[in-house]
Write a protein that binds this ligand. Structure first.
Ligand code: SF4
Length: 184
C-alpha cells in the first residue's frame, strides 16, 4: 500500500487526539488542493501493511488515541488496502473519520461499514468558506456510526478549523482545513 505519512497527535481533523493517516494517490486534481504532492502514487511511499499495523499499535500503546482520520490523497483510491486498514483500525477504536473525493452515491458497491464518519466530495475552491472539517461546503458529512452521532454533532457545533504543523521526513507539513489560497 502507499501511505505518505502517519502523524500523531492530530487535533484538527476530528475530535480529540487522533492518528492521521495520509494515503498517496488521487485522480481528481482539484484546483487549490492543499496536498498536491500526494496526487501521484510514488514508489517511495510504498509500505507493507504489517509495518503500518506495527506503527499504529506502537502509537496506541504509548498514547491516548481518540480516533483515526484517513485522508490523502484519496484513501478510497486504494480501496482494497483502505478496507484492510479500516477493518484493522476498527478493532482498536471505532472512531474512524474518512475523507474522500468520491461522492457517497458513487460508493454504493463499496463497503462503508466500520467507517464512523465519511466526508465526501471533491474540493471546490470557490466554496471554501470555513465550514468545520470541510475544505469546501459542497462536501457532505455523513455520521454513519450512530453511537458517535452526539459526539460529532457536538464537535461540529463547537469546533473551529485550526492548523497544526508537523516536522516530517519530507519537511514541515501543515495539517488541517486550510483557508482558500493556502500556500505553505
Ligand atoms: S480529492 Fe482531495 S486530495 Fe484529491 S485533488 Fe481533490 S482536494 Fe486534493
Amino acid at each position: 500500500m502507499y501511505i505518505a505519512r502517519i502523524l500523531y497527535p492530530v487535533e484538527v481533523l476530528g475530535p480529540g487526539k487522533r492518528i492521521g493517516i495520509w494515503f498517496c494517490g488521487c485522480p481528481r486534481r482539484c484546483k487549490g488542493c492543499s496536498n498536491p504532492e500526494l496526487w501521484e502514487v510514488q514508489e517511495r511511499y510504498q509500505v507493507d501493511f504489517v509495518v503500518i499495523k506495527e506503527l499504529i499499535q506502537q502509537i496506541c500503546e504509548q498514547n491516548q488515541v481518540d480516533g483515526f482520520t484517513l485522508t490523502g490523497g484519496d484513501p478510497i483510491y486504494q480501496y482494497d488496502e483502505f478496507r484492510r486498514l479500516v477493518d484493522f483500525l476498527s478493532a482498536i477504536n471505532e472512531d474512524i473519520l474518512v475523507y474522500t473525493g468520491y461522492k457517497k452515491e458513487e460508493l454504493q458497491d463499496k463497503r462503508l461499514d466500520n467507517i464512523a464518519v465519511l466526508i465526501d466530495g471533491e474540493y471546490i475552491e470557490d466554496r471554501n468558506n470555513g465550514a468545520v472539517l470541510r475544505g469546501s461546503d459542497n462536501q457532505q458529512i455523513y455520521i454513519l456510526n450512530e453511537s458517535l452521532r452526539k459526539k460529532y454533532e457536538n464537535y461540529l457545533l463547537t469546533a473551529t478549523n485550526q492548523i497544526q504543523n508537523f516536522a516530517t521526513a519530507d519537511g514541515y507539513v501543515s495539517v488541517g482545513i486550510h483557508n482558500k489560497g493556502f500556500e505553505f
